[in-house]
Design a protein around this ligand. Structure first.
Ligand code: ASP
Length: 308
């Protein structure tokens, strides 16, 4: 087993106009730092990449600052409908849930689907049925709601818009989905992405986060990827897999592959969002088409970096 590991997490992309308020900026960065340090601890102790991304994504889901788990955005009916996906680069195993409520940690349910069912993606009632079968307790509605989210939905309705989490009239765009990618001490890669989706979305709308190859992807032969932004654009460009394929077929490193993917996203669909990626040698890279993305990384066990 090698000494080194790498981990990256994100908490959404966009214009993030609200980070002009320094206290808000500090809260975001502090949260990202705490999650990364947790990742350092578990990976340092020999956790697998899958265990690390599940643990880090769960912490971000628990933080109401982010659009996943507690603090998820609301759909057109004022309801929380969450999506999440997880993927293991060792064997391309994947698990995902979509359009679910009342599950505090959707990424953990996605992992249970990956490990304990013969399926990849379960949605709505079926996913909750599987959760009950696994002994996962339902969490009451009020746990997920925050006053900010209610106000945000009212705003979106007022303007007749569907919006990303960090979106608003003016320059306050942000896409608050969360994600984690990791490279463990055995050189395995994994990725996880979790989200409440976009504000005022139609009931039943599913985004890119639980779709393998769109918002989440991991393959030990290439890289691990987690995306955030307008899901429809990531699905239409099979974004995460496009990045992985650029490594597989063009022999790019993480930075070059992310640049390739971002250029492709922009050219093909004028896509809005960002991405984090670790390649099979543990090199970290990020890219975005929006002005900012909340993210951080530890490369090869080195220093912790947190950025917008
Ligand atoms: N990608 C997510 C979705 O479309 C939203 C986000 O990243 O904030 O559901």
């Amino acid at each position: 087993m090698q000494d080194q590991f790498s981990i990256m997490v994100h908490g959404g992309a966009g214009a993030l106009g609200n980070i002009k308020d320094e206290r808000v900026a500090v809260r975001y960065l502090e949260s990202i730092r705490v999650v990364l340090e947790h990742g350092r601890e578990v990976l340092g102790q020999g956790a697998t990449a899958v265990e690390a991304v599940e643990a880090c994504a769960s912490l971000l889901e628990d933080d109401p600052l982010f659009n996943a788990g507690c603090g998820s955005v609301l759909n057109e009916n004022g309801k929380v409908e969450m999506d999440a996906g997880i993927m293991d680069g060792r064997d391309l195993a994947a698990g995902a849930v979509a359009a679910i409520g009342n599950i505090a940690n959707p990424v953990q349910l996605a992992r249970l689907i990956m490990d304990g069912s013969e399926h990849v993606l379960l949605i709505g009632e079926g996913a909750l049925h599987f959760a009950a079968h696994c002994g996962v307790k339902l969490t009451p509605d009020h746990y997920f709601f925050t006053p900010d989210r209610i106000e945000q939905l009212e705003n979106a309705r007022l303007h007749g818009r569907i919006m990303l989490d960090h979106d608003s009239e003016g320059d306050e765009q942000k896409y608050g989905t969360i994600g984690a990618v990791a490279w463990d001490r055995q050189g395995n890669l994994a990725a996880a992405t979790s989200t409440g989706g976009i504000v005022n979305k139609r009931m039943g709308r599913i985004g890119d986060s639980p779709i393998v190859g769109a918002g989440v992807y991991a393959d030990n032969a290439t890289c691990a990827v987690s995306a955030t932004g307008y899901g429809e654009e990531f699905m239409r460009t099979v974004f995460a897999k496009t990045i992985a394929d650029s490594i597989e077929f063009r022999e790019l490193d993480a930075c070059q592959a992310v640049d390739f993917g971002i250029d492709y996203l922009r050219r093909k669909v004028n896509g809005r969002g960002g991405v984090i990626c670790i390649d099979r040698l543990g090199r970290c890279a990020s890219g975005l088409t929006t002005p900012k993305m909340i993210h951080g990384w530890i490369e090869h066990g080195g220093e912790t970096y947190c950025r917008f």
